[in-house]
Design a protein around this ligand. Structure first.
Ligand SMILES: *Cc1c(COP(=O)(O)O)cnc(C)c1O
Length: 494
């Protein structure tokens, strides 16, 4: 399996190179030259496997330059007792139609662990193959959860350094504390004055700046990316949708071959794109439902064909989805329309902040996707209602997806069994979740709120969050978006 660039089909590289490089030189993203098919029999056979077994099977179809032993050690190391559920990504049958795929059982209590527990293992293997032992520098722009998950995944991994930038006012107190208390000898964290898009734009421009790249090379270092543009992040995310389908059949919710819907709370379009790949592999999927918060740029795009980032930016109670530039969308556009059109649209996005796809592409999009958004009030109402009526407590991001799913079902009458990706523990966003459940504002501090939420719901706060209270804050720096490169040089000591 070779990988091409969304902006240059003449690029033909191995997966290890795609994973080590992160992004293609001309700014495109790496995509597989074809999407491997999973036959009905192969899907049936996966039902008998553990999560790690399912992962190895799916990943072996994409990372063909990894040996079976290499993949085996990657999946077994990534998906074991570092997750608090033996199933790794358990599926909860909440009520008819509504099934919640809990992707937050890893060490940082958000779905980013599903990919970031395995990416450092891929990179260690891949860099030996592709980069001849050059030191890897991981730069991350985070809207909250990626940063911590990447730090946790890369801490003390040999031959790597990791530096995370987060928007100073764009993350929850728990997310900030998780990052600023990070342990490990190869890690650093800095706030930046600005929002997530500023952080992401800054990281992207450092990444592609030839002067900076040269300075790194002189020190035997090279950048790589742990952001969701890295193929090594996307591939492992395909696995849990296929795994969820197996569990739907095992649990008697559907028969083998029946179609499901998949509904995903979306920001950078990574998680839902993985569901698209699963569908294209042959997983029986009816609609992919893309759920957004008030930053509804994707809802507009998927329903009208016009992507327009020139709009008000909202800070919401689902901060990991406060994004106006959804990088991974470029991959979908490539698969639907090819590299010439992608180049044209991305140039327009850069110059004018907007583009409109042609009618043929829009028709394909509408065939695949449904889309919707909801505001903070609707999100809180759903948290309260789902807890009251179904006894299930969801976090704010998951609640956006549940709301959009319910609206979709009411509008279309489509009663297909639906898998909702649940992307974070409710304890990670305790204020909003507690206020939703109690129906009033809270004046407690972060850890008192966690305690109160545990008390009234009877759930236990996951240990990695509860333990933060006693951890030492190591990182307090905040830079402007114009001196992020200085922070990089300082951290690396070059
Ligand atoms: C990152 C994140 C999302 C958005 O995922 P994308 O892959 O960027 O679409 C949603 N919810 C949570 C909790 C997240 O951390």
């Amino acid at each position: 399996m070779k990988y091409l660039s969304t902006r240059d089909e003449n690029v033909r590289i191995d997966s290890s190179y795609a994973i080590t490089k992160g992004i293609s030189e001309e700014g495109g993203l790496f995509i597989p030259e074809s999407i491997p098919r999973l036959t009905a029999d192969e899907l049936t056979a996966l039902r008998g496997e553990s999560y790690a077994g399912r992962a190895k099977n799916i990943l072996s179809r994409y990372l063909t330059d990894f040996t079976a032993d290499e993949l085996d050690s990657c999946v077994k190391g990534a998906y074991s007792d570092n997750f608090t559920s033996k199933k790794i990504a358990p599926l909860v049958f909440v009520r008819d139609g509504l099934n919640i795929l809990e992707l937050f059982k890893g060490p940082t209590c958000a779905f980013k662990d599903m990919a970031l527990q395995i990416l450092p293992r891929f990179l260690t293997v891949a860099s030996k193959k592709a980069a001849g032992g050059t030191g890897i520098v991981i730069l991350v722009a985070t809207s909250g959860d990626t940063g911590k998950a990447a730090l946790e995944g890369f801490k003390d991994v040999e031959n790597t350094r990791i530096l995370v930038f987060y928007p100073s006012d764009g993350v929850s107190p728990m997310q900030k504390l998780q990052m600023c208390t990070q342990e490990g000898g190869n890690v650093a964290v800095s706030a930046i004055k600005g929002n997530f898009d500023d952080a992401q734009t800054g990281v992207k421009s450092i990444f592609t700046n030839p002067v900076i790249i040269k300075r790194l090379a002189e020190n035997n270092l090279a950048f790589s990316s742990a952001n969701s543009i890295n193929w090594g992040r996307l591939a492992p995310q395909i696995v849990y949708y296929i795994s969820a389908y197996c569990d739907m059949v095992e649990g008697g919710k559907i028969k083998q071959g029946d179609k499901i819907n998949i509904c995903v709370p979306t920001g950078n379009f990574g998680n839902i794109l993985a569901a698209y790949y699963a569908k294209e592999m042959g997983l029986p999927v009816n609609k992919l439902i893309c759920a957004s918060n008030s930053n509804s740029v994707l809802t507009d795009f998927l329903t009208t064909g016009t992507y327009d980032r020139n709009r008000k930016f909202y800070t919401t109670i689902s901060p990991s989805m406060d994004i106006l530039i959804s990088s991974n969308l470029e991959r979908l556009l490539y698969h639907l329309a090819g590299s010439e059109k992608v180049k044209e649209w991305m140039a327009q996005l850069k110059a004018e902040g907007k583009y409109t796809v042609d009618g043929e592409t829009l028709a394909k999009i509408k065939e695949l996707f449904a889309a919707g958004f909801c505001d903070d009030d609707a999100t809180k109402a759903t948290i309260a209602k789902t807890f009251r009526e179904d006894g299930y407590l969801c976090d704010t991001h998951t609640a956006v997806a549940v709301t959009v799913y319910e609206n979709y079902r009411a509008q279309t009458g489509d009663e297909t069994e639906t898998v909702i990706a649940s992307t974070a523990s409710p304890f990670k966003f305790s204020r909003a979740v507690l206020e939703a459940v109690e129906g009033k504002e809270s004046d407690l501090d972060e850890f008192e709120m966690v305690g109160r939420l545990a008390e009234i719901t009877g759930l236990e706060c996951p240990a990695p969050l509860a333990n933060l209270k006693d951890k030492k804050v190591r990182f307090t720096g905040c830079c402007s978006k114009d001196n992020m490169d200085e922070v990089v040089f300082n951290m690396l000591g070059i």
